[in-house]
Design a protein around this ligand. Sequence first.
Ligand SMILES: [Mg+2]
Length: 221
Amino acid sequence: MAYKMFDWQSIDTVLLDMDGTLLDLHFDTFFWLEHLPLRYAQIHSIDTEDARQWLHERIIQQQGSLNWYCIDYWTQELSVPVAELKKEVADKIGFRPHVHDFLASLKQHGIRSVIVTNAHQDSLNLKIEKTGLNQLVDEVICSHDFAMAKETPGFWDKLQEVEPFDKQRTLLIDDSFAVLESARAYGIRYLLSIFQPDSQQPKREIENFAAIEHFNEITPK
Ligand SMILES: [Mg+2]
C-alpha cells in the first residue's frame, strides 16, 4: 500500500525499528539462516544440512517471542557462543539507503527520534559499534529491558513510562507487521512499513499498512 504523504507538522515523535528498517536485514538473515547453522555444525561435528534443517525449525518455533531475539537463550539452547559468532560476520552490518539524511532532517526539524528495538543488548551493541547509530537519534530503547517484545500487548504502556509520547502525534516505522498491528491496537496514529527490509530478498506486497521503499520518500524538507 503506497503511503499518503503525512504532514510533518502533525508529528513530534518518530519511533524507529532498527533491523530491517534503519539497518539492512540481510545481516540477520544471513547470520541465522547461513552462518549459525554452518558454525553450529562445525562446533558440534554434525552434518551442515541436518543442522540447517533442525535449526530452522527451532528458530521458527520461537518467532515473535522474546526468545527469538535473545542471544542468551540461543547461546544456552545451542551451546554455541552466539554473540561471538555474530562478530565473525559483522562486516555485513549496514544501513538501508538514505537513513543518515532522514535522521539528520528529523533532528533539524526538532522531531524526536527514538530507536525501539527487539534486538538483544549484545546485538544492539555490536550494531552500534559498527554503525554509530546511537549518535544519529535522541534515544535507543531495547525491549529486553521491559522483558517484553514489541509485539506483546502492554509493551507500549511500558515504553510510555520511560519515553512519554503523544500517540496522536507519533509515527512508528517498522518492517514487522506484528509490531505494526500491536501499535495500531494501542492507538499510535501514524504507521509505516518497509517494502524491502532485506536488500537481498524481493520486495514484499503489503496490504494492511502504508509502506515506503526508501526514506528519501518521506524525509522532511
Ligand atoms: Mg525489524
